[in-house]
Design a binder for this molecule. Structure first.
Ligand code: C2O
Ligand code: CU
Length: 456
């Protein structure tokens, strides 16, 4: 729906959103609970900024959903229709998020507010990591505003949008009161282009306990870390040692090829209170070292049956993967696939970014992968957990190891710098099917949107 948000002092900002707010409602579920998300498209017919038709496709990023519920870019729901998305929720505890994925307008739609977190819990995670009010979602985005408070949009010829205001959960540079205990933050970089390098003003470590696909096998303490759009990092911050009244800032050191402004080096702040701490909660002072393993992290390169290589590049003003774009997929009647792994096979995918001028956060739908190496070296400490987005920095080649399943069918892979994705750095791969095989989970036909007459 369209709504009006109070983001800036004295001004209001028209937004698009799920259920009235940006970010939309955080959905929280236990592992094993199947869920149906009914997305009713009650958006206006056209986007107020550029007039494009406000069709949507909703992707639950981090979920191994069937293709027809995966937010396939061209599986669009027009205004006045709804679509039921079925989510299996069989995976381990993790931080997911849902956002618009409508073909060619994902960037502007997500930027306008169509994004929110989704948390999957399980018993082990409940035992090991802070819960409830000590388990805090931080959705970070950047934005630019016109004088009247409305959002501005300029993606610099599809290279990237660089807002000068940092928002956390839809508020500019907020301050949060914290107790003298350990907190867990689920940090989602929801910027459509900007990457971050979070760090604490006190020099204290950020303890990485989770990545996109859930808990890391071994916690990693870092002074700062590189965080691209769509990546999720779960981070513990220990406020025990600070004085009452002390302010600790979460700052942003930035990375190459972002455009920074006067205040984009700040994210938010924490004010330490003297409020009594519940020390019967065993997570109040726990900084775990060993957490839990997971299937992707237990894979070994020797299990791989095939290595494929993908080049990320710009040609004739279009962003491409191996010289192909989503337009080529459309032109093929959604048949063209860039890879065709067998069901449950393990493969190594090498992703190469030869340029010095751009970084690309590459997202592969359906799977969680392990980062085997970057430019021949070990993955950075903070990314040694199950991942579904990898930061492919300037001049970098990453090697990823993953198993293709449990579903068969066609899935997207794309750059998560959303103006790149829209223009047109997106491809598809096909799991466990040949091009001519019947596809019972055809994302374009298997679950059609329904006209919303308001009765259900
Ligand atoms: Cu978060 Cu295909 O996207
Ligand atoms: Cu890109």
């Amino acid at each position: 729906m369209a709504a009006v948000a109070q983001i800036l002092p004295r001004l209001t900002t028209p937004i698009l959103c799920y259920n009235g707010s940006f970010p939309g409602p955080t959905i929280s579920l236990d592992r094993g609970t199947k869920a149906v998300l009914r997305v009713r498209n009650q958006l206006p017919a056209q986007h107020p900024l550029d007039g494009h038709t406000l069709y949507t496709s909703t992707h639950l990023h981090g979920s191994a959903s069937l293709p027809q519920y995966d937010g396939y870019a061209d599986d669009i729901t027009n205004p006045g229709f709804y679509k039921d998305y079925r989510y299996p929720n069989f995976q381990h505890a993790r931080t997911l998020w849902y956002h618009d994925h409508g073909v060619h307008f994902t960037a502007l739609n997500a930027y306008s507010g169509l994004a929110a977190q989704y948390h999957l819990h399980d018993p082990l995670e409940r035992q090991l990591l802070p819960q409830g009010r000590y388990d805090v979602a931080l959705t970070i985005s950047d934005a630019m505003f016109a004088e009247n408070g409305s959002l501005g949009y300029d993606d610099n010829s599809h290279s990237g949008l660089w807002g000068d205001v940092i928002l956390v959960n839809g508020r500019p540079w907020p301050v949060m009161k914290v107790q003298k205990r350990v907190y867990r933050f689920r940090i989602l970089n929801c910027c459509i282009s900007r990457s971050l390098r979070p760090t604490l003003s006190t020099g204290a470590p950020l303890v990485i306990v989770g990545t996109d696909g859930g808990m890391v096998p071994v916690a990693q303490s870092v002074a700062n870390y590189r965080h691209a759009g769509a990546e999720r990092y779960e981070v513990l911050i220990d406020f025990r040692k600070y004085a009452t009244g002390q302010r600790i800032e979460l700052r942003n050191l930035s990375n190459n090829n972002n455009v920074d402004y006067d205040f984009t080096n700040k994210i938010m702040a924490f004010d330490v209170t003297g409020d009594p701490v519940d020390t019967t909660d065993p997570t109040w002072n726990r900084i775990p070292t060993t957490l839990v393993g997971s299937e992707p992290m237990a894979l070994t390169a020797a299990q791989s049956v095939k290595t494929r290589r993908f080049r990320l590049q710009r040609s004739n003003g279009l962003w491409k993967i191996n010289d192909a774009s989503w337009q080529d997929v459309i032109a093929s009647g959604y048949k063209r696939a860039i890879a065709d792994p067998a069901l449950n096979s393990v493969e190594i995918w090498e992703i190469e970014n030869g340029s010095g001028g751009w970084f690309h956060p590459l997202h592969i739908h359906l799977v969680d992968f392990q980062i085997l190496s970057r430019n021949g070296r070990a993955a950075f400490p903070h990314e040694r957990g199950p991942k579904d987005v990898v930061y492919v920095g300037e001049g970098e080649t990453v090697r990823l190891l993953m198993k293709f399943g449990p579903h068969q069918g066609r899935y997207m892979m794309h750059c998560h710098n959303l103006p790149h994705e829209d223009h047109d750095m997106m491809a598809q791969f096909r799991v466990g099917l040949k091009e001519t095989d019947p596809d019972p989970n055809d994302p374009m036909v298997a679950a059609r949107p329904v006209w919303d007459d308001g009765t259900s």
